[in-house]
Ligand binder design. Structure first.
Ligand code: SF4
Ligand code: F3S
Length: 106
């Protein structure tokens, strides 16, 4: 499966959702996640993300391992998103910031 990680938090560009053939993205207030039970490993979303937030599960960097169970957990609670929308208003300001996991709104 593929995993959305730190760079997405407070940016949420949503380019990724348009290309997913199985609609496995779920949307929260300031972050998106991939449902690991739905992702078919097509890889299409990876290149779409302007901040390179999406990794194959096996390639998630050490400091972002917590995002693997977090995607699975939040995908169960959040609604599906199937088409692109505007990024969050402060996306440029937050795009280069790392360690944003504690800022995710539920
Ligand atoms: Fe969807 Fe493919 Fe990305 Fe999985 S790898 S989330 S199936 S676009
Ligand atoms: Fe997030 Fe990148 Fe998609 S910022 S919403 S994973 S395009």
């Amino acid at each position: 499966t593929y995993v959305v990680t730190d760079a997405c938090v407070k940016c949420k560009y949503t380019d990724c959702v348009d290309v997913c053939p199985v609609d496995c993205f779920h949307e929260g207030p300031n972050f998106l996640v991939i449902d690991p039970d739905e992702c078919i490993d097509c890889t299409l979303c990876v290149a779409e993300c302007p901040v390179e937030a999406i990794y194959a599960e096996d390639d998630v960097p050490t400091e972002m391992q917590d995002y693997i169970p977090l995607n699975a957990e939040l995908a169960k609670n959040w609604p599906t998103i199937v088409s692109k929308k505007d990024p969050l208003p402060d996306h440029e300001e937050w795009a280069g910031v790392v360690g944003k996991i504690h800022l995710i709104e539920r």
